[in-house]
Design a protein. Structure first.
Length: 145
């Protein structure tokens, strides 16, 4: 397995995975948002970046993350916004490897922390996430503008 930055040529594979990710969350992301997201990920604009997992030449998973400043540290903070592994590739440690990749990048690049969230009932993902850290007691609020 190889984990690397996404290349522009990965767009078709990423898009297939992205569509699966959006469907998993029963969401509707407008086409112009998806196109702009890919553009920002590839150009590493606004702190966004994409790492992909590749096995046998096939992109089979991704992380989409945002590096940002914080008020309680001078070092960058990484928010792992999206992680997805193709269903046919699950159970092979790819999700865990994608997180380990971010941990390694963070240590190498001096990030102060890495954080993410998931749905409370996403037991499969949480079984992986719990290997890295325990869920904290914060409650998320979202206000759509």
């Amino acid at each position: 397995m190889l984990i690397r930055d996404a290349f522009p040529s990965d767009q078709p594979a990423w898009r297939k995975l992205w569509d699966g990710y959006v469907a998993f969350y029963k969401a509707d992301v407008p086409e112009e948002v998806t196109a702009k997201t890919w553009e920002r990920l590839i150009r590493k604009q606004d702190g966004l970046f994409c790492r992909v997992a590749e096995t046998s030449g096939e992109v089979c998973g991704f992380t989409l993350s945002v590096l940002h400043a914080g008020t309680w540290t001078t070092a960058p903070i990484c928010y792992l916004e999206d992680l997805f592994v193709a269903p046919e590739h699950r159970g092979r440690g790819i999700g865990e490897a994608l997180i380990r990749d971010l941990v390694s990048l963070g240590k190498t690049n001096g990030w102060s922390r890495l954080y993410w969230h998931t749905q409370a009932d996403n037991a499969t993902a949480r079984s992986v996430y719990d290997r890295f850290a325990k869920a904290d007691d914060f409650v998320r609020y979202r206000l759509f503008l």
